[in-house]
Design a protein around this ligand. Structure first.
Ligand SMILES: Nc1nc2c(ncn2[C@@H]2O[C@H](COP(=O)(O)OP(=O)(O)OP(=O)(O)O)[C@@H](O)[C@H]2O)c(=O)[nH]1
Ligand SMILES: [Mg+2]
Length: 351
């Protein structure tokens, strides 16, 4: 379990029980037979789940799995109602889906900062005996017990909110590209599977007063759907994106070798959720600062390959910054199409 970045967890919650109603009678000097004055029980506290944009993972649920709200206080004599129990607010990252673990029902999808939902309602307080007096029954010796709180097992699933998702094999430079295009500081290293959890960065188009969020996820390899490498579950963090940016390492592609990386990645994505492939795609051919035409495929060959598939590609170096401006512009143009409901392959290749 990756505790640092936990994106799925099952917890048990229990809202507070309602306080009991009270049986009591007025006892005052010179009033021998006072009427009923038993107060009501207080309501039990709710369990509330609330989205907070300052939290990025569910790691705070790694060890504590049971959460209980306070019970309502019992009613007392002299018409004193019991205090309501305090509700308990559990904070989660924006993008958290809440499911009932036993029925599978989706309770909520918290996509906005501050959005909240009551997942377990506190029990109602019982009524005190003052409510049960009638003209003929003046000394009621009954009061209601408080209703019990609700116990529920819920599954919290984080699906990051991002606009663009970076996909590709490990070590191709996805995190380097995120760092080059935003202020994010993801871990970068010259070995595969450096990224163990998603990183988000803000891609700003200052001159246009516009910004979008980019998500960098762990690298995919062939067989990721069978759990190879880090598996493919991290694809959930690009499920909500509107655009996929496929990063290809030009030095991975020897001259004699067919361009299959792209197809392998596509196949892994298809096996996770074919709907992801409906998103517009843009290609970054990375590491052009170290490519050698005598060993590697030429940029032109690669671009042609993608062109024939109706895809636009940008040669870049995430390390030196070469081509990044053009890539950013390409992303912006493609993004403008988002305003239309359908994006065709022609739209992409027309860029
Ligand atoms: N020369 C050169 N090296 C690069 C470039 N982009 C990334 N690298 C190097 O490639 C290695 C991998 O970069 P990362 O950004 O960690 O790659 P990644 O795709 O995020 O890898 P995973 O997180 O393992 O999937 C690092 O040593 C980077 O410095 C580039 O444009 N040119
Ligand atoms: Mg990485």
């Amino acid at each position: 379990m990756n505790v640092e970045f936990l994106d799925e967890v099952v917890i048990k919650v229990k809202s507070g029980d309602g306080g009991n109603g009270c049986i009591s009678f007025r006892r005052e000097k010179y009033i021998p037979k006072g009427g009923p004055d038993g107060g009501d029980g207080g309501k039990g506290g709710d369990i509330i789940v609330k989205a907070n944009s300052g939290i990025y993972s569910l790691a705070h649920f790694a060890f504590k799995k049971f959460f209980e709200a306070k019970r309502g206080a019992h009613g007392r004599g002299k018409n004193c109602s019991g205090k309501d129990g305090k509700s308990l607010i559990l904070e989660v990252p924006v993008g958290t889906v809440i499911k009932d673990e036993d029925t599978g029902e989706i309770i909520a999808d918290l996509t906005q900062d501050g959005q909240q939902i009551v997942v377990a309602k506190g029990g109602k307080g019982g009524r005190g005996n003052q409510h049960f007096a009638t003209a003929t029954y003046r000394t009621p010796r009954i009061a209601e017990p408080g209703k019990p709180g609700q116990e529920r097992r819920i599954r919290l699933i984080l699906k990051s909110i991002a606009d663009i998702g970076l996909i590709g094999f490990p070590n191709v430079g996805k995190s380097t590209l995120l760092a080059a295009m935003s202020r994010a500081k993801p871990k970068i290293a010259s070995y595969p599977f450096t990224t163990l959890h998603p990183n988000l960065g803000v891609l700003s188009f200052e001159d246009r007063n516009f910004s979008i969020i980019m998500a960098d996820i762990p690298g995919l390899i062939k067989g990721a759907h069978e759990g190879k490498g880090l598996g493919h579950r991290f694809l959930r963090h690009i499920e909500r994106t509107n655009l996929l940016l496929f990063v290809l390492d030009i030095t991975f592609v020897p001259k004699t070798y067919l361009v299959e990386d792209f197809e392998i990645i596509k196949e892994e994505i298809r096996k996770y959720n074919p709907a992801l492939l409906q998103k517009p795609l843009i290609i970054a051919i990375n590491k052009i600062d170290i490519y050698d035409t005598s060993v590697h495929r030429s940029i032109q060959q690669l671009q042609e390959y993608f062109n024939n598939k109706g895809l636009v590609s940008f040669p870049i170096s995430a390390k030196t910054g070469q081509g990044i401006k053009e890539l950013k512009e390409g992303i912006y143009k493609l993004w403008s199409f988002k305003k239309r409901s359908i994006i065709t392959e022609q739209d992409i290749s027309a860029q």
